[in-house]
Ligand binder design. Structure first.
Ligand SMILES: Cc1ncc(COP(=O)(O)O)c(C=O)c1O
Length: 397
């Protein structure tokens, strides 16, 4: 009998933690059976991609923009990305510094693939985006997590990150604003960390997927804050800000030889993002002020609604996140853990939230609520959560 053997990369992916989506998978099963489940677990914008972007893409499809494109990305999109990077930074960004990928996930995979060998160390603050896990598992990286505990509002502590860097560390990867906590690094922290990493000959990667969804203050890009750019890589994309998650469009901005390496990687693995999508993405970036603002304002109202309602539920608490698409709710007074809360909430009230633990140990007493649901849906869910907690659910098990 044939006995299949697979690569270590594939084995790494295969063994990645399957429990992450356990509660949400069960929620989908219940919904398929006709139950009235409210999903507050998704990170996919619940807005349609704005109509002008759709029109533009249709028009470009109509003129045959359906062929191969350069591995680095179409010139007009690289220029549009370089322009927005230049606008917010003292360092001008050249279109040649930009490499286009089909989504942020693929950009992260490419960046880490170019920088680290199996067994090498990467420092990542936690709570962190769940999507890093299969990538670092596939590449068999030694992930050293740095806690950003709830007592410090999940905020970055640059000193702790610096202390985690050793002789074995090849890269640090931060995420600002953070999924799931909404925490944002300050310009000073970014400048300091970039200089420290450079002095230690360590790459600093910044995932800035939520850069355009900030409420309290504007996002500062690592590229804008750092004094020197040669060890700095920024990843961003349109999935969240432009409600274009399904278009698969992200990018990395780097310098010099790293750009060449990324282009070679993109050439070998994806061989170009569809032309009409890249053109629509460039259009979206050039004409986006109005609809990005509209969506950001909607997210902000939803955040305020959740924070106000959670604040009135005895036993629950939350910070008001500065940015991003999520609110982390502390359930430690009413449940053994975020997992126990999420599980019991789904059973009792058919509301699906994500437990905090898969994002990192610091979030184990939290659950993550999404802002990607409209206000009436959020209100309905919070009515149920309120009733659930008032029912005295959980602490015993
Ligand atoms: C922090 C963070 N980085 C990257 C991604 C992946 O982005 P994309 O959907 O463009 O692959 C996500 C998506 O949820 C995210 O939250």
């Amino acid at each position: 009998m044939y006995s299949p053997r697979f690569s270590k990369q594939s084995e790494g992916l295969h063994s990645a933690d399957a429990d992450v989506w356990a509660v949400s998978d069960r929620a989908h099963t219940l919904a398929d059976k006709g139950e009235d489940v409210i999903f507050l677990c998704v990170g996919d914008p619940n807005f349609d991609t704005p109509e002008p972007i759709l029109d533009f893409a249709r028009a470009r499809l109509g003129v045959g923009r359906t062929h191969y494109s350069p591995a680095a990305g179409e010139a007009m999109l690289r220029r549009a990305i370089a322009d927005i990077e230049s606008k917010v930074s003292p360092h001008p960004c050249d279109p040649d510094d930009v490499v286009v990928f089909p989504g942020g996930t693929n950009a992260i995979y490419a960046v880490l693939s170019c920088l680290l060998n199996p067994g090498e160390q990467i420092v990542i603050p936690e709570p962190m985006y769940i999507g890093y896990v299969p990538i670092t598992d596939a590449l068999q990286l030694d992930v050293k997590k740095v806690a950003c505990p709830p007592q410090q509002g999940f905020a970055f502590d640059t000193e702790t990150i610096k202390q985690a860097i050793t002789e074995n560390t090849r890269a640090v990867m931060i995420n600002t604003p953070v999924n799931p906590t909404g925490a944002m690094a300050t310009p000073e922290q970014l400048r300091d960390l970039a200089a420290y990493c450079r002095a230690r000959n360590v790459w600093l990667i910044s995932d800035e997927m939520y850069s355009m969804i900030t409420f309290a203050r504007r996002h500062t890009s690592l590229r804008a804050a750092a004094e020197n750019l040669d060890n700095v890589i920024v990843i961003d994309g349109l999935s969240k800000s432009h409600a274009m998650s399904g278009w698969r469009l992200g990018w990395a901005v780097a310098q010099g030889e790293m750009v060449e390496r990324l282009i070679e990687f993109a050439g070998a693995t994806i061989f170009g993002v569809p032309q009409f999508i890249q053109e629509a993405a460039a259009f979206a970036l050039e004409f986006d002020t109005y609809f990005v603002k509209q969506m950001r304002e909607a997210y902000e109202k939803r955040r305020d609604l959740i924070v106000a309602r959670v604040g009135r539920i005895p036993g629950l608490s939350c910070n008001s996140p500065e940015a991003g698409m999520f609110v982390m709710v502390d359930v430690s007074e009413v449940a053994e853990s975020g997992e126990a809360f999420a599980e019991a909430l789904l059973n009792a009230e058919l509301v699906s939230v994500l437990p905090g633990k898969p994002f990192g140990a610091s979030a184990m007493n939290h659950v993550r609520l999404t802002l990607a649901a409209d206000e009436s849906e959020l209100s309905r869910a919070l009515d149920r959560i309120e009733r659930f907690v008032a029912g005295g659910c959980l602490k015993a098990g």
